[in-house]
Design a protein around this ligand. Structure first.
Ligand SMILES: NC(=O)c1ccc[n+]([C@@H]2O[C@H](COP(=O)([O-])OP(=O)(O)OC[C@H]3O[C@@H](n4cnc5c(N)ncnc54)[C@H](OP(=O)(O)O)[C@@H]3O)[C@@H](O)[C@H]2O)c1
Length: 276
């Protein structure tokens, strides 16, 4: 089987730097990251697509669905709960969006041009052994189902692109090392989760273009990591989360959504892409 590193064809560069004052978060909580990347946006966004999205009701998924819908693409929301998804995407605001629970995912995936896979239990909770198991299993289970459904689709109705989320946790953490797409995986629990998650996505049919997006912490005004981390920081200041001076890599919600969107249509987005 082709290795992950062999599939790398695109390098993205990004430069992020935000100050605590602009975000109105506690001064002691610092967010700094600098990495330069090149983002190519050479795709044709006028061509209409049908896109199935798992995790569409989540922080990133919601914004992605809004963008795709606004650009008149057909969107199929693959969810565990139709009623929850209907509240998030009311038919009045999102006419034409198809919402499907698991038993109908097959019909949605068949006939879609592309699938975006974002589902998984949030990691920003207290990690009991049960939660850790579910963090991993939820990602592997949904990814495996999506891959099986894509692979089982007859040619002609098989999606040609799978954009599947993973995380910078793949690399483990270091205060001194710089990581890029070719860096080896780390030794901790999140690295293990990401490796197994990616390995599951890599089972997709080789004719399907796979973009594995190793996402850094996503920040945006309405929820996401920032909303969860600040209360946690307040709670644990000086404790397990450290002094509050630690660095972490991050990306703005609009930027990650732009990147996923671009990955759907730009054939050079293939392999594992590190974004933060
Ligand atoms: N946000 C970040 O900072 C960040 C950073 C790195 C990587 N990522 C990855 O990017 C993906 C999307 O992130 P996000 O922040 O948008 O996630 P999110 O807000 O936590 O939403 C994830 C979605 O996954 C589904 N889900 C939740 N628990 C599940 C379970 N036990 N089994 C199956 N599905 C479950 C839910 O959709 P339904 O209820 O509709 O099924 C939920 O809306 C995630 O896989 C995440 O690990 C995110």
């Amino acid at each position: 089987m082709e290795s992950v590193s062999n599939r790398v064809t695109t390098t993205l560069t990004w430069s992020n730097s935000i100050s605590t004052s602009s975000l109105q978060i506690p001064q002691v909580f610092s967010i700094r990251c600098t990495k330069r990347l090149r983002v190519c946006c050479a795709s044709d966004r006028t061509q209409k697509m049908t896109v199935s999205v798992t995790g569409a009701t989540g922080f990133i998924g919601k914004r992605l669905v809004q963008r795709l819908h606004a650009d008149k693409h057909s969107v199929r929301v693959l969810t565990r709960s139709r009623s929850k998804a209907q509240l998030i995407f009311p038919v009045k605001e999102f006419p034409g969006i198809l919402i499907a629970e698991e038993r109908d995912w097959k019909d949605c995936i068949q006939g879609s041009n592309a699938v975006v896979n974002l589902a998984g239990l949030p990691i920003s909770t207290r990690w009991s052994p049960e939660v850790k198991k579910e963090i991993k299993q939820s990602r592997i289970k949904v990814t495996s189902k999506v891959v099986d459904l894509i692979n089982g689709s007859p040619e002609g109705v098989r999606p040609t692109v799978l954009v599947s989320a993973t995380a910078v946790g793949y690399y483990g953490s270091s205060e001194t090392q710089v990581f890029d797409e070719r860096s080896p995986s780390g030794n901790d629990y999140l690295a293990e989760v990401c490796r197994e998650w990616e390995a599951t996505a890599l089972k997709v049919n080789k004719d399907v273009r796979l973009a594995l997006i190793r996402i850094g912490v996503v920040l945006g005004k309405d929820g996401g990591a920032l909303a969860k981390m600040i209360p946690l920081f307040m709670l644990f200041a000086g404790g397990p989360l450290g002094s509050g001076q630690q660095w972490f890599s991050w990306i703005h919600l609009d930027d990650i959504v732009n990147l996923i969107y671009e990955a759907l249509t730009n054939p050079s987005y293939k392999g594992n892409l590190l974004v933060f």
